[in-house]
Write a protein that binds this ligand. Structure first.
Ligand SMILES: NC(=O)c1ccc[n+]([C@@H]2O[C@H](COP(=O)([O-])OP(=O)(O)OC[C@H]3O[C@@H](n4cnc5c(N)ncnc54)[C@H](O)[C@@H]3O)[C@@H](O)[C@H]2O)c1
Length: 514
C-alpha cells in the first residue's frame, strides 16, 4: 500500500492527526519537518536564517524523496512542501495526498496555542497567515482529496481521513486491514506478498468465478504465485457441512499446508463457508476476504464470524476466526444484480441509523444517486460496522446494536419461508422497530416516517406482508436468540445516529402498523 501524505496550511494539525491516524492504521508516523531537522542537525528556523529558504526547500525535497525506500507510513508534510512540482509529483506517485483545511479563525487559534516556532509566520501572525493563505489559495484548492478539520477532535479527523481513503485496521479480534479499493482486485497479488501470505487457493461460487476468478489468478501469477481455484454452486442452500467437507478435500488435493492462504471471493455465503473451512483446516490457515456483494462488503466480511447452516436453521455452527485482510473492490458491484444491491442497501441504511447521520442522508437521495457513488457508500458503511465490532468484538454488549431491524426482520424472513430477501426483511423490520420506538416514547414522533422514506427511495419494502400470520411472527421473535427472561431485547433507533437496547414484553406492539 502507498504512503499517506497529510498536507495543508499551517495550523491544520497535520502532526497531531497524523499520529492518531498512524496509530489507528498501525503504520509508522513521519513528521517531515522534524526529519529535515534531524538530517540537517539544526532547527528549520536556523536553516532558513543561515542558509536561506531555498536551501531549506532543497533539504525538504531530498528528505521527502528518501521515503521512496521506506515502508508505508503516514507522513505529515510542511505547509508548503508540495509547492514544488517535483515534490508534488513524488507524493502523488508514492501515495495518497489528503489536504486538511480549516477556517482562518481555527488556524489562528491553533497556531496561537502552538509553541512550535514557524519561521515563515514570524511577526504579526494574523497578517502573515492571511497573506500566505491568499498566495497559496489556488495551490491548496488544486488537491481533490480534502478533509475539513474545523471543531473536530483528532480522532474524528483521523476517521474522516480513513473514510476518504477507504483504509481501516481492525485489532480487537486479530489484526487485519480492511481496504476499499476501486480495481483493487488487480493488486491482490502484491497485497498478499507484502503481508507475507502465500500459496493462495481461491474459493468462490460459479457466478463470481465467471466474472472475477481469472483477474485474481492473473494478479497472483504476476507476483510469481501459482494459485489454485475451487468453485462451488451459488446460493445459501450450499452453505452446508457437506460443502465444507468438499472444500476441505479441495484444500487437501491442492496440497495446502499450514502456510497457505484461502481467498474467499464472493458474497456472504462464500465468506462464511470458506472462512469456516479455513478456520478448521489443519487447525486454522490464513484467509483473506474479497467480498463482491454490497452486503458482504459492509457487513459479512467484517468481524470474523464464519460458519454454515444446518437443516434446523441458519448459521447454527461456526467460529470467530478473523481474516488476514479484507479487500472490497467496488468495481465488483457493477455486475451485481440490482435486487442484490438494493437488498444490501438495507444494511447500509441500518449503519447510518446506528451512528452515521451523514450516511443516512446520502442513502435518502435514492437508488440512482447511490449507484453513482458506491465507493463512498461502502467506505462510510464499513466504518460504522468496524467501529461497532472494535468496541465489542465477541458480541457481549454494544454489537447488539447491529440487530436493529433484525428482530422483526428475522421473524418476517422466517415466516415468509425466505420468500423475502434478507435485506427486504430487515427494511420492513427497521420501519416496524422505529414505530415501536416511537410507541415506547424512546424515539421522537416522525422517526419511523423518516426511515421509511429513505428505504422507499431505495426501492425497499416497508410493510409486513398481510398474509404472514401474526402469531407465527410473534413466536419467531420469541425464539430469536436475542431474548432474555421471557422478554425480547430489541435494538431500537432513538434518533438517526443513535441506537439503544430495550427489553420488550408486549410483542404485539412491534407489529402494529398504526
Ligand atoms: N459472517 C457475518 O458476520 C455475516 C453477516 C451478515 C450476513 N452473513 C451471511 O451472508 C450471506 C448472504 O450474503 P450475500 O447477500 O452476499 O449472498 P450470496 O453470497 O449468496 O450472494 C448473492 C448472489 O450474488 C452473486 N454475486 C456475488 N457477487 C457478485 C457480483 N459481484 N456480481 C454478480 N453476482 C454476484 C452470488 O453468486 C449469489 O448468487 C448469508 O449466508 C448470511 O448468513 C454473514
Amino acid at each position: 500500500m502507498p504512503h499517506i501524505f497529510l498536507y495543508g496550511p499551517p495550523g491544520t494539525g497535520k502532526s497531531t492527526v497524523g499520529q492518531t491516524l498512524a496509530y489507528k492504521l498501525k503504520l509508522p508516523f513521519v513528521d517531515l519537518d522534524r526529519l529535515v531537522e534531524k538530517n540537517a542537525g539544526i532547527p528549520i528556523s536556523l536553516i532558513i536564517e543561515q542558509q536561506g529558504e531555498l536551501m531549506f526547500r532543497n533539504f525538504e525535497t531530498s528528505t521527502l524523496k528518501a521515503l521512496a525506500d521506506e515502508s508505508d507510513s503516514v507522513v505529515a508534510l510542511g505547509g508548503g512542501a508540495l509547492l514544488r512540482e517535483e515534490n508534488r509529483s513524488f507524493a502523488e506517485s508514492h501515495g495518497s495526498v489528503i489536504l486538511l483545511i480549516a477556517r482562518l479563525e481555527t488556524l489562528l487559534e491553533r497556531l496561537n496555542q502552538d509553541p512550535t516556532k514557524r519561521p515563515l509566520l514570524s511577526g504579526d501572525l494574523d497578517e502573515k497567515l492571511s497573506s500566505l493563505l491568499a498566495k497559496r489559495l489556488e495551490h491548496y484548492a488544486s488537491f481533490t482529496n480534502q478533509v475539513y478539520i474545523d471543531s473536530n477532535t483528532s480522532d474524528q479527523n483521523a476517521l474522516q481521513i480513513q473514510i476518504s481513503l477507504g483504509r481501516f485496521h481492525l485489532s480487537a479480534m486479530g489484526e487485519y486491514d480492511a481496504i476499499v479499493w476501486d480495481h483493487g482486485m488487480e493488486q491482490i497479488g502484491e497485497l498478499l506478498k507484502s503481508r507475507g501470505l502465500r500459496s493462495p487457493i481461491i474459493v468462490t461460487d460459479e457466478n463470481v468465478a465467471r466474472l472475477y476468478a481469472e483477474k485474481l489468478m492473473m494478479s497472483f501469477r504476476n507476483t510469481g504465485m501459482d494459485p489454485n481455484l475451487f468453485t462451488i454452486p451459488a446460493g445459501e442452500s450450499y452453505k452446508t457441512l457437506e460443502m465444507v467437507n468438499q472444500i476441505w478435500h479441495a484444500f487437501l488435493n491442492a496440497g495446502l499446508d499450514r502456510k497457505s492462504t484461502v481467498i474467499a471471493l464472493g458474497g456472504g455465503v462464500i465468506g462464511d463457508i470458506a472462512g469456516f473451512a479455513a478456520s478448521t483446516y489443519m487447525r486454522g490457515v490464513s484467509w483473506v476476504g474479497i467480498p463482491t456483494t454490497l452486503l458482504a462488503m459492509v457487513d459479512a466480511s467484517l468481524g470474523g464470524k464464519t460458519g454454515f447452516d444446518l437443516a434446523e436453521g441458519k448459521n447454527l455452527v461456526g467460529s470467530f476466526y478473523p481474516p488476514k485482510l479484507v479487500l472490497a473492490d467496488t468495481q465488483a458491484l457493477k455486475s451485481l444484480p440490482e435486487t442484490e444491491l438494493i437488498s444490501g442497501m438495507a444494511e447500509v441504511v441500518k449503519h447510518g441509523i446506528i451512528s452515521d447521520p451523514q450516511l443516512f442522508n446520502l442513502c435518502a437521495r435514492g437508488l440512482d444517486w447511490v449507484k453513482g457513488n458506491l465507493e463512498e457508500i461502502v467506505k462510510r458503511a464499513m466504518a460504522v460496522k468496524i467501529k461497532v465490532i472494535e468496541e465489542d468484538p465477541y458480541e457481549k454488549g454494544f454489537r447488539a446494536a447491529l440487530n436493529l431491524g433484525h428482530t422483526v426482520g428475522h421473524a418476517v424472513e422466517l415466516v415468509s419461508a425466505f420468500r423475502l430477501r434478507h435485506g427486504e426483511a430487515v427494511s420492513i423490520g427497521m420501519v416496524a422497530e422505529a414505530r415501536l420506538a416511537e410507541r415506547l416514547t424512546v424515539a421522537g414522533k416522525g422517526l419511523s416516517r423518516t426511515i421509511a422514506e429513505s428505504l422507499s427511495a431505495l426501492g425497499l419494502p416497508l410493510h409486513i406482508p398481510k398474509e404472514l400470520p401474526r402469531e407465527e411472527l410473534i413466536r419467531a421473535m420469541r425464539m430469536d436468540k436475542k431474548k432474555s427472561n421471557g422478554v425480547v431485547r430489541f435494538a431500537l433507533p432513538v434518533e438517526i445516529g443513535k441506537v439503544d437496547l430495550f427489553d420488550v414484553a408486549d410483542l404485539e406492539m412491534a407489529l402494529e402498523e398504526q
